[in-house]
Design a protein around this ligand. Structure first.
Ligand code: AR6
Length: 170
């Protein structure tokens, strides 16, 4: 199959893909979790470019170069902070995946790697987040022109298990 989604366990900063996604915050000026790991691996030029972007609203996405990363681009998207699920969190999370994939398509990327957006410091429930991620990515892959391979890069075994189950049920 030409267009596919794979679930893997690992460190997204090591991925040799056209674009990796950063689970950022609205300042785009760095933080902990995967955001901290990406900035450390990319080097200080990433923060310099991020400073020129003027932040980013939750659910939207902005691209930078990858600098010292093996990936050519970083697509920064602030996921929703979980506030009980009645503040539009599911729709905002869907928009994160959708807008990153649209940006990857604009940049003519063939391969894109995502972390599990919002399920760390932002506490979005993992099962629900995995369902949203998998369905949004699979829908996108049905009609994408450039993007052929999407990887969900899960940092730990529990996260990978939940994404595997979501893909099996899709
Ligand atoms: N590779 C892949 N996944 C990772 C890595 C890595 N190197 N490191 C952590 N994860 P989080 P959020 C996983 O907290 O919930 C930051 O401070 C992690 O185990 O990074 O969207 C930002 O600046 C979890 O499964 O992101 C924001 O302020 C997933 O990545 C805030 O955290 C997401 O966890 C965003 O919170």
């Amino acid at each position: 199959m030409k267009h596919q989604l794979n679930i893997v366990q690992g460190d997204i900063t090591k991925e040799r893909v056209d674009a990796i996604v950063n689970a950022a915050n609205t300042s785009l000026l760095g933080g902990g979790g995967v955001d901290g790991a990406i900035h450390r691996a990319a080097g200080p030029q990433l923060l310099e470019e991020c400073r020129t972007l003027g932040g980013c609203p939750t659910g939207q996405a902005k691209a930078t170069k990858g600098y010292r990363l093996p990936a050519r681009y970083v697509l920064h998207t602030p996921g929703p902070i979980w506030r009980g699920g009645t503040k539009g969190e599911p729709e905002l999370l869907r928009q994160c995946y959708q807008n990153c994939l649209a940006l990857a398509e604009e940049l003519q990327c063939k391969t894109v790697a995502f972390p599990s957006i919002s399920t760390g410091i932002y506490h979005f429930p993992l099962e629900q987040a995995a369902g949203i991620a998998v369905s949004t990515i699979l829908d996108f892959l049905k009609t994408s022109q450039f993007v052929e391979q999407v990887k969900m890069v899960c940092f730990d075994g529990r996260t990978k298990g939940v994404y595997d189950a979501a893909l099996a049920e899709a």
